[in-house]
Design a protein around this ligand. Structure first.
Ligand code: T1G
Length: 693
């Protein structure tokens, strides 16, 4: 065995050369891996003993792509493109033997081999678009030649992987290996040699791309199909262009087009933001005083109190992950409705072919409904998801304290209330934690984990593990009103409400927030969730715009009129002059003088309010690092990922500039805009939030 580099070896078995890579954790194609492959091919070609070459990886996966940490660093030769030119030109049969995730540069390496084999659990993908990039080592030119332009468009411009059975079906792999991968790959190599198979280079395999030449509708239709979900992103359109190049240009020219578009994206701010988010999403689960070996509790059974919208969604997360769930309600009809909604949601998913009827039955078999809190005596974790009322939550936790087993985790799904106060209702505050899900709870990826002052490290570490198991992105925050996400949201809402009274029409504010990149503006959102959420006729006092709209009978989309009016059966918001007048009259009564408000001012007030509040949250130690706040806003509030999150965005536009504007707003609008001391400090040191991550 030859040690090619510190992470690559070349060995020979039965005349087959094995280039084995071992670069944990994901065999990323860093410099020593690339050099190892290039040297391995070079030596194997020169070695007459070797008749065929296999590239295989140790560890949990085949190469999961280029080493993202190397991006932005001075490039070290050989680049991946150069290595793949060597591989592509290899005169001996080359076989990629794949397990785990052959992603990005990893799949491009495999596509530069003559043959690919993989185990049945392997995944194949070009997810570069999720990093604001595109496959930059020939993947955009080789994949269409193997799977056809249509399939390649989806795999490249959307970036989701395909499983091995599908890869076999579309011709991406030549054989699926049952049992040991290395043995299977060796057997396959011997078959190739014995059958003297053609060594067809993918780069010369033009059949599928030539067949699509002139069929511009392939690309027009595809562009239309992704327009809505790729709004604001630069990379998807560049991805489409590269596949067009694969169809319309010779391989070498297509490769150049790929290179040019790749470099354009690489030097752009969107990719920088999306790469930042990639690592921030992995960093967020690392809590300084919670080391990997912190003892954890074994969670098998979960109890959920409240079968409403949140309770039902939370239950589905645990059922999807295979946990037994007991759902508690106070009345039979509430329980029946809750169980019914869960079943209906699964049936809808099955009707879209995303799960089988058996899967639905299997999930539902994990769920038990009850009207008795005592039935939670043997669960390992309880999540209380009743409506936001402190007295009710205290009462429930007091009861749970007497019912649940001693090491059960007692969690609350409150979105604002004081977790310490709730914990104080028990004799075991160390077992109490906030698990703040976002609606719809079975869809939204964010889980804000609220660490009480007495929450034990074991309870926190266990909650982090649970979050990963139910496919949530956890963000650990401390206790304050609204925690991190909603506290920042309230500061934006303060500005939105003020801007409305100062004269900015609701549809202008919505347009600006939508154009900034959020899925929708605040007033369309209010109409969607219902103006009367948390409003009561009894206590309404005409003291806010929401009050006067609700008092006038407006409820939002559900009754066809809110900040906007809606045609029957339509969700399209139509500006309502009557509402505009009601708001103007109310504003005048509050002493506001109507004025023109620019789009820039709306952006600055809504976004800088988030940044300033985020900085205060960091100052108070409510959040561990700025990138956690970015992860919260991207996964919980629809912040566009290609802008990296509020704190990243502040650094992007320059924290010193943000501070200047915040001070201007303080002078104009008062105390709410007092700059966070942390911002003043960072600016005075010439630093940004990135220096705190
Ligand atoms: N580069 C560097 N580090 C990486 C990495 C990568 N490509 N992928 C993962 N890591 C680190 C990650 O930060 C974490 O580190 C650890 O590995 C485990 O990851 C030329 C331009 C493979 C599905 O986009 O999707 O190729 O936190 O926690 O949940 O065309 O990682 O432990 O210190 O995510 O099991 C394209 C990215 C690159 C795939 C595994 N490839 N990775 O998921 O573990 S661009 C990707 C993933 C490219 C070429 C282009 C996932 C995974 P730490 P993890 P996981």
């Amino acid at each position: 065995m030859i040690q090619l580099t510190e992470v690559a070896t070349l060995s020979v078995q039965d005349g087959i050369g094995l280039i084995t890579l071992n670069n944990p954790p994901v065999n990323a194609l860093g410099y020593s891996v690339r050099k190892g492959i290039a040297d391995g091919i070079d030596q194997a070609v020169k070695d007459d003993q070797i008749k065929a070459i296999i590239i295989i990886c140790e560890g949990r996966t085949f190469c999961a792509g280029a080493d993202i940490r190397e991006f932005g660093q001075p490039p070290k030769d050989p680049g991946l493109g150069d290595v793949l030119v060597v591989l592509d030109a290899c005169p001996k049969p080359t076989i990629a033997a794949i397990h785990g995730t052959a992603f990005g540069g990893g799949l491009e390496t495999a596509l530069s081999c003559h043959f690919r084999v993989g185990v049945s659990t392997a995944q194949f993908g070009l997810p570069e678009v999720k990093l604001g990039l595109l496959p930059g080592a020939g993947g955009t030119q080789r994949l269409p030649r193997v799977v056809g332009p249509e399939k390649a468009l989806t795999m490249i411009a959307i970036g989701n992987p395909i499983p091995a059975p599908e890869a076999l079906e579309v011709g991406l792999i030549d054989e699926m290996i049952e049992g040991d991968l290395k043995e299977g790959a060796l057997a396959f190599a011997k078959k190739v040699l014995a059958e003297n198979r053609d060594l067809k280079k993918v780069s010369e395999n033009n059949e599928k791309v030539e067949a699509a030449r002139g069929k511009t509708e392939i690309f027009d239709n595809f562009r239309k199909s992704i327009a809505r979900k790729t709004r604001g992103f630069d990379a998807p359109e560049s991805c489409v262009k590269t596949v067009e190049a694969a169809v319309n240009m010779p391989f070498a020219e297509g490769l150049q087009t790929e290179r040019d578009l790749f470099m354009e994206l690489m030097s752009g701010s969107q990719s920088a933001a999306q790469r930042y988010v990639f690592f921030a999403e992995r960093q967020v689960a690392k809590i300084p005083d919670i080391p990997k070996d912190t003892p954890q509790l074994d969670i098998k059974k979960v109890g959920i109190i409240g079968a409403g919208t949140m309770g039902g969604g939370i239950a589905m997360n645990f059922m999807n992950a295979g946990y037994r769930v007991t759902l508690v309600e106070t009345q039979q009809d509430f329980l029946d409705r809750g169980l019914g909604v869960i079943k209906k949601n699964y049936d809808i998913t099955a009707s879209k072919g995303k799960m089988s009827a058996d899967d639905v039955d299997q999930r539902m078999s994990l769920l038990t409904g009850t009207l008795s809190l005592e039935d939670l005596a043997d669960v390992d974790m309880v999540i209380e998801a009743v409506y936001e009322n402190m007295d009710l939550k205290k009462e429930i936790f007091g009861k749970l304290d007497g019912i649940c087993k001693s090491d059960a985790i007692l969690a609350t799904n409150t979105s604002y209330l004081d977790v310490n106060e709730i914990a104080a209702q028990t004799k075991r505050p160390e077992s109490v934690i906030g698990l703040h899900f976002f609606s719809p709870a079975n869809v939204m990826r964010l889980l804000e984990i609220v660490r009480g002052e007495k929450t034990s490290k074991t309870v926190l570490a266990t909650s982090l593990t649970i979050a990963k198991k139910i496919k949530k992105v956890p963000a650990v925050v401390g206790v304050c009103f609204g925690f991190a996400g909603n506290r920042m949201f309230s500061s934006r809402k303060r500005e939105v409400d003020a801007l409305l009274l100062e004269g900015a029409p609701a549809d202008q504010i919505d347009r600006v927030i939508f154009d900034f990149g959020f899925p929708m503006g605040p007033f369309v959102l209010s109409d969607l969730i219902g103006l009367d959420l948390g409003w009561s006729e009894e206590t309404s006092s005409s003291s806010s715009v929401r009050d006067i709209l609700c008092e006038s009978g407006r409820r939002g989309l559900k009754n066809g009129s809110g900040f906007y009016k809606y045609e029957a059966g339509s969700r399209i918001p139509i500006p309502d002059p009557e509402v505009t007048k009601m708001i103007a009259d109310f504003a005048a009564k509050q002493g506001y003088e109507k004025r023109e408000v620019s789009d820039d001012e709306i952006v600055q007030r809504c976004i800088y309010a988030l940044i300033n509040e985020g900085a205060k949250i960091l100052e108070e130690g409510i959040a561990v690092r700025p990138s956690d706040l970015d992860i919260i806003w991207i996964n919980g509030y629809g912040w566009p990922v290609y802008l990296g999150g509020p704190m990243f965005y502040a650094d992007l536009i320059g924290l010193d500039k943000v501070l200047v504007t915040i001070k201007e707003f303080e002078a104009k609008f008062g105390e709410d805009w007092k700059p966070a001391a942390l911002i003043e400090k960072l600016v005075s040191e010439g630093k940004g939030f990135k220096d705190l991550n």
